[in-house]
Design a protein around this ligand. Sequence first.
Ligand SMILES: Nc1ncnc2c1ncn2[C@@H]1O[C@H](COP(=O)(O)OP(=O)(O)OP(=O)(O)O)[C@@H](O)[C@H]1O
Ligand SMILES: [Mg+2]
Length: 366
Amino acid sequence: MTSDAEEISPVAAAAAAAGVVDERIRSLSTASEASEDSATALLPDVTFGPTNHTGMGSPRSNRESQPLLGARHEVDDFNHWPDDPHFTDLVRQAETSIETGIYPERIYQGSSGSYFVKNSSGKVIAVYKPKDEEPYGRLNPKWTKWLHKVCCPCCFGRSCLVPNQGYLSEAGASLVDQKLQLNVVPKTRVVKLASETFNYTRIDREKSRAKKMVSERFPKVGRHFHRIGLPPKVGSFQVFVEGYKDADYWLRRFEAEPLGETTSKQFQLQFERLVILDYIIRNTDRGNDNWLIKYEKPELAEEGEGEDWSMVKPPEVRVAAIDNGLAFPFKHPDSWRAYPYHWAWLPWAKIPFQHRDKGTGAASLV
Ligand SMILES: Nc1ncnc2c1ncn2[C@@H]1O[C@H](COP(=O)(O)OP(=O)(O)OP(=O)(O)O)[C@@H](O)[C@H]1O
Ligand SMILES: [Mg+2]
């Protein structure tokens, strides 16, 4: 692969102008190749080995050394899921809006670089968390995290987790959720995106600016650049769920105004799905700010004059498990920090497990 420095050197430019270089021209902001910063993160990235075309039954095949997941050589394939056109379309919407200048917006409350991704009408459609902006990522935008890392490295992070793999944990939680048909994790996959609003090094920004300038002045040369825009980052892309509020908000309200019997049962079953998920993935960060509740109060309508009020829409309560980036520990979190599940103190955790939902794969687990 030609490095960016070579691409804009006079030699490369002359060679390109002479038509010697024959590289494919890629789009400016969609997935093409990962940010160089991702590649130089504090820890090596998880990579997929080359696909071994020898059949599994073949005596020459070495199953031990074969990756469980197939290789993804074609980076162009990255943001494409033929078996999930809905998700593919959502990511296309995000790419299109970024191309037209509607950039993802930083979520300021978080400890990492997390972004609300919008569609072309400005509606939030997803939450994106680039790998290199995670607390352990070298481009984490929070100075408090940086200070923490520099001044107190021994207390930073969780020793039971592989650092800087939060985006994989987010996608993994979604996979577990789907396999067990819990349906509490908003669909999450690993996606590559580039945006002006992401945190990049000055070098990355300068390179992109220089290449843009060269290609504007010398279009023939510019045509041969591998990539002109900012380098795409790899990260987790989670579908944004509408109408939900932080669990804390509704839990307080439920204390003051207890739910009716039916809704309470519905909530209990949803809550148990969250509990199952957290046990299986051993989430180390399930505070009550890391799950959401949607509660639609019963709507009342007047049927006719002189008649009683009657309910037209039954109340609905749903749970969404977000922020699953600190799960899948490689060892039991048995050190001085226990990482409890914060829902364990809630009254619903004291009720004997009700989960008899035959519709979910989890039913066989309880
Ligand atoms: N899929 C989603 N749908 C709707 N809202 C979401 C979703 N994911 C996150 N949010 C909103 O964004 C806020 C921050 O999200 P999240 O906790 O995942 O980010 P974070 O950067 O990891 O934060 P922190 O470090 O504080 O845990 C949440 O409190 C929630 O209000
Ligand atoms: Mg959070």
